[in-house]
Write a protein that binds this ligand. Structure first.
Ligand code: HSE
Length: 433
């Protein structure tokens, strides 16, 4: 008898998953044990890209997750509700769950994994981060003996595509976004991607796995890319950097050994040195750099979205569960379950110690750079470079890169600089990796 799947949703990821399972020749033989038993859709009569008997389709999604015949529920409808409730109901009815839903896991992981652990079932989420890139299982299994210091990722393809085109074409954010929407690379409502929210969901999940503690999504500092200008991209280029939207989870010194360590978890546009491995990740691709001891560095690279790659991740989770269902042990496999209970303590952004890039528009007068330097010095901000290359109308444009500084101190210096009569504005402020 096959292992019976109840698939919730037949959009891009659901369709890709059904296609992969149906085309199983040359893939892992366990796939042949998988039976697509029910598929929950809104419109059963809609023409579909996959062939399935009509009896498989139903509009009753709650009926799927409570059906005693279903072994594994595959949630690929996305969104918060009814996805969350259906996952919880599936768990309550003893089903293992595979989900691609980063929004639900990052917000309701606590509730979902607690319920799953009580019910003795697994919730698998390889497709929730990095599309086809294996990164969840590597963190849970292959790298689990490492003490992780940092997870740094380009985990949103839409923003990486936009920033890459701004960099190569010298175009503005608005122009590239409009074109990306026309070409289907960006959603009609691009908020979740360009404001960093999608990346925040993903780094919350990665941080939770890397640092073996739960993460409150509201503690993740989040800035998107709307304010990144072509001027900053050009200056960054001259200074030896590219600008990337990075999602970062990092231990705050000293690195904790206990599960609920002190972490900095954040998403923001970042100046990345051109020689850094993440600097060359372009277009819609994603990459996640994991640093720890003893591995040192390992980077996972690949397609972060798309039907085929995401179906690869969903199907690999299904296979793990098929294997678990076929094994005889009654004890949950600790490498598949999510066992940590404690919340990680997240450092406020003011405590972040990093380099900064800032662009100032000032009057073109003697002593302006001196005054900036005095203000920075007063708050212990040491400057790595100061460049004045251009003008915007009557105003001089000054770009500063600092040495490592506490963000709170840097912001105090900026607050004072804003009050200087010779300073017109500070159009850009970016962190440097
Ligand atoms: N919207 C995401 C991105 C893909 O642009 O990378 C799905 O996670």
């Amino acid at each position: 008898m096959g292992v019976k799947l109840g698939i919730l949703g037949l959009g891009t990821v659901g369709t890709g998953t059904v296609q992969l399972i149906q085309d199983c020749a040359g893939r892992h033989p366990l796939l042949q044990d998988v039976e697509i038993y029910r598929v929950g859709v809104r419109s059963p009569d809609k023409p579909r890209a996959v062939k399935l008997p009509t009896s498989v389709f139903t509009t009753d999604l709650a009926g799927i997750v409570t059906d005693p015949q279903v072994d594994i529920v595959v949630e690929v409808i996305g969104g918060l509700e009814p996805a969350r409730s259906l996952i919880l109901k599936a768990i309550e009815h003893g089903k293992h769950v595979v989900t691609a839903n980063k929004a639900v896991i990052s917000r309701f992981g606590d509730e979902i994994f607690t319920a799953a652990n009580q019910a003795g079932v697994y919730v698998m989420l390889e497709a929730a981060v990095g599309g086809g890139i294996p990164v969840i299982q590597p963190l849970k299994q292959s790298l689990s003996v490492n003490r992780i210091h940092a997870v740094t990722g380009i985990v949103n393809g839409t923003t990486n595509y936009i920033l890459t085109r701004m960099q190569t074409e010298g175009s503005s954010f608005d122009d590239v976004l409009a074109d990306a929407q026309r070409l289907g690379y960006a959603e009609a409502d691009p908020t979740a991607d360009v404001d960093g929210l999608d990346a925040a969901d993903k780094i919350a999940i990665l941080a939770s796995l890397a640092f073996a503690g739960r993460i409150k999504l509201q503690d993740v500092y989040c800035e998107g890319i709307r304010q990144v200008s072509k001027t900053d991209i050009t200056y960054a280029d001259k200074l030896g950097f590219v600008i990337k939207l990075l999602a970062i989870a990092k231990t705050v010194n000293p690195p904790p050994i206990s599960p609920s360590g002190y972490l900095s978890v954040r998403v923001h546009p970042t100046l990345v040195p051109k020689a850094h491995p993440l600097a060359s990740i372009n277009g819609v691709y994603n990459a996640i750099l994991i640093e720890g001891e003893p591995i040192q560095q390992g980077m996972f690279f690949g397609p972060g979205a798309g039907a085929g790659p995401t179906a690869s991740a969903v199907s690999s989770d299904i296979l793990h569960l098929v294997a678990a269902l076929k094994s005889s042990t009654a004890t949950p496999n600790p490498l598949l379950t999510c066992a940590h209970q404690d919340y990680c303590q997240i450092a406020p952004i003011e405590e972040l110690v990093t380099r900064f890039y800032a662009r100032f528009l000032t009057k073109d007068q003697p002593g302006v750079i001196g005054k900036l330097g005095t203000c920075f010095g007063k708050y212990g901000v040491s400057l790595e470079s100061v460049v004045q290359t251009g003008f915007q109308g009557e105003l001089a444009e000054i770009v500063v890169v600092t040495h490592d500084v506490r963000e709170g101190d840097f912001r105090q210096a900026l607050a004072e600089i804003r009050t200087l009569e010779t300073v017109d504005s500070i159009p850009s402020l970016l962190r440097v990796l």
